[in-house]
Design a protein around this ligand. Structure first.
Ligand SMILES: [Zn+2]
Ligand SMILES: [Zn+2]
Length: 169
């Protein structure tokens, strides 16, 4: 999402604009992001604040089926112009700061990409209680018993026995 903030930069500190967000963002523009943000004029630039929602998609870590996880995140970043909107003269800003380009366009895409990465859980599950795949035949356990369930239980029992042994040491 790109917003031209030339007008806002000419306004006094505290001036505010609100924008609805409803578009694709993320690493490969694969996340649909919705929500509302405020752009507020600060003494050096523009503060972007808002709460946004998207859906993280990917293969379930247990059964490899499609997983869709709704997430929300709050953003709050200050963007700084590299060109003075009144004089047209260049302004020096730190390289790690978010910038408003020479055409006075504020580009939210990089920030959104970072927020989406931070909001993505390390383990994506199709549902919290996904039972995963049978370790013997690979069948999705939620779709029915394949007859290997006893062995699965044996494995769980092994772990308990092992834990007991360890706790004795
Ligand atoms: Zn699953
Ligand atoms: Zn099986």
């Amino acid at each position: 999402m790109q917003i031209n903030v030339a007008q806002l930069l000419k306004e006094p500190v505290g001036a505010k604009r609100s924008y609805k967000i409803d578009e694709s963002a993320g690493e490969n523009a694969e996340n649909h992001v919705t929500g509302e943000i405020d752009l507020i004029r600060t003494n050096r630039g523009v503060l972007v604040m808002g709460t946004l929602a998207t859906e993280i998609t990917g293969p379930c870590a247990r059964c490899l089926g499609p997983a869709h996880i709704p997430v929300t995140f709050s953003m709050e970043d200050e963007y700084f112009p590299i060109t003075d909107v009144n004089s047209g003269l260049p302004i020096d800003i730190s390289p790690d700061e978010f910038r408003i380009n020479e055409a006075h366009v504020l580009d939210l895409n990089e920030a959104l990409r970072q927020y989406i990465i931070m909001a993505t859980p390390t383990k994506i599950l199709c549902r919290p209680d996904c039972r995963g795949l049978c370790p013997v035949c690979g069948k999705e356990l939620a779709k029915g018993d394949c007859g290997h369930m006893d062995k699965t239980q044996d494995h769980r029992w092994d772990k308990l026995v092992q834990n007991k042994k360890e706790s004795k040491v």
